[in-house]
Design a protein around this ligand. Structure first.
Ligand code: NAP
Length: 307
C-alpha cells in the first residue's frame, strides 16, 4: 500500500515527487510512455528561473528526478494500463501488476499532436517544435513555418513574428477554427503569410539533423513545391493523457481534467498537476508549481485521514 502514486514524470510529476518525498511519503512515480514529459523533447530551456545561461531540457528534468530520488522517491518504468478509483485505496494496473494507493496525483500531461511524418519526428528539437514560447527565441531573423488553423496557431504565428523575418502559416483547409479576433490579428500582421488548403508532405533535412525546408502540396490544385524554412512549429492541438481515468475523474469534452479548486479533482484523494488540467499556460514552471500544489494537498489529505 502506497501513500501516494504519481502518474507522470515530467516537471509536474517530478516536483510533486520532490515535495511528497521530503514529507516522508515515499512516493512512487510511474514514468509513463513519454518519460520526462515535454521537456525531454526540447533542447535549450531559457525561461526556467535560476539558469541565466539556459539549461538543457532533458538535463533539467533528469535533475528533478535525481532530486526526488535523493529524498526517497521511487520511479517505475511503464504506464498505468487501468485504474479503479471507485473506492479507496485506489487501484492501479501498472503494466500488469495491480497496486494500491491512498492518494493519487495525476501528472500525465498532454501530448502535442504531430503530423506523424517520419522526418518531422526525427527533427523534433532540431528545428521542429510544438512550443513557440519555448523555442521562438532561437529563430531570430529566420524563416518560420507554423502548421494549424486554431487559436494556438494564430497565437503562435503572431508571437513568432517577434523573432522571425517571415512566418508562413499552413492550414489544411480554407476555413479556420480560430476565433475571429485571433484570426483578424494574424491577418493584420504583415509578417504572416497564409497558405490555406495546403498539406505538409515532408520536412527537410534529416541528413543534416536540422530543418532547412518543407515539401508542401496544395490539395485543390495538386501542386507540389519545396519551401525553405529554418523553424517548423506545430500548433495542431494537444491530447491530454487521461484515457485510463476517463469516466472516473471528471474531464471536459477534450479530456482535460476539470479542476475542483486548487489541485483537487472530482474524486476525493485524487489530485491533478500540470498540463493534464492546463490547456492555457503549459509551461515547465507552471507545471512545476502545480506539482507542488498537488503534493501539498495530498500531504494534507493524508494527515486529515490520520496517516
Ligand atoms: P484546435 O482548436 O483543436 O485546432 C487545431 C487545428 O489544427 C485545427 O485547425 C485543425 O484543422 C488543425 N489540425 C489538427 N490535426 C491536423 C493535422 N493532422 N494536420 C493538419 N492540421 C491539423 O487546437 P488549438 O488551436 O490548440 O486550441 C485548443 C483550445 O485552446 C481551443 O479551445 C482554443 O480556443 C483554445 N486556445 C485559446 C487561446 C486564446 O484564446 N488565447 C490560445 C490558444 C488556444 P481543422 O480545423 O481542419 O480540423
Amino acid at each position: 500500500m502506497r501513500n501516494v502514486i504519481i502518474v507522470g514524470s515530467g516537471c509536474a510529476g517530478n516536483t510533486a515527487a520532490i515535495y511528497t518525498a521530503r514529507a516522508n511519503l515515499k512516493p512512487l512515480v510511474v514514468k509513463g510512455h513519454e518519460a520526462g514529459g515535454q521537456l525531454s523533447l526540447t533542447t535549450l530551456v531559457e525561461n526556467f528561473p535560476g539558469f541565466p545561461e539556459g539549461v538543457d531540457g532533458p538535463l533539467l528534468v533528469e535533475n528533478m528526478k535525481a532530486q526526488a530520488e535523493h529524498f526517497g522517491a521511487e520511479y517505475a518504468d511503464g504506464a498505468v494500463l487501468e485504474a479503479d478509483l471507485s473506492r479507496r485505496p485506489f487501484r492501479l494496473n501498472l503494466e500488469g501488476e495491480w497496486m494500491e494507493t491512498r492518494t493519487l496525483i495525476v501528472a500525465s500531461g498532454a501530448s502535442a499532436r504531430w503530423l506523424g511524418l517520419e522526418s518531422e519526428q526525427k527533427l523534433i528539437g532540431h528545428g521542429v517544435s510544438s512550443c513557440a514560447t519555448c523555442d521562438g527565441f532561437f529563430y531570430r531573423g529566420k524563416k518560420i513555418m507554423v502548421v494549424g488553423g486554431g487559436d494556438s496557431a494564430m497565437e503562435e504565428a503572431t508571437f513568432l513574428t517577434r523573432f522571425g523575418e517571415e512566418v508562413t502559416l499552413i492550414h489544411r483547409r480554407e476555413q479556420f477554427r480560430a476565433s475571429k479576433i485571433m484570426l483578424d490579428r494574424a491577418h493584420a500582421n504583415p509578417k504572416i503569410k497564409f497558405l490555406t488548403n495546403t498539406l505538409v508532405e515532408d520536412v527537410y533535412d534529416v541528413g543534416k539533423n536540422l530543418v532547412t525546408g518543407a515539401r508542401l502540396r496544395n490539395v485543390l490544385s495538386g501542386q507540389v513545391w519545396d519551401q525553405a524554412v529554418d523553424g517548423f512549429f506545430l500548433a495542431i492541438g494537444h491530447i491530454p493523457n487521461t484515457r485510463v481515468f476517463r469516466g472516473q475523474i471528471e474531464t471536459d469534452a477534450d479530456g482535460y481534467i476539470v479542476s475542483k479548486g486548487g489541485a483537487r479533482t472530482s474524486v476525493e484523494g485524487v489530485f491533478h498537476a500540470g498540463d493534464v488540467q492546463d490547456r492555457v499556460y503549459r509551461q515547465a514552471i507552471t507545471a512545476a508549481g502545480a506539482g507542488c500544489m498537488a503534493a501539498i494537498e495530498a500531504e494534507r489529505f493524508l494527515e486529515k485521514e490520520g496517516h
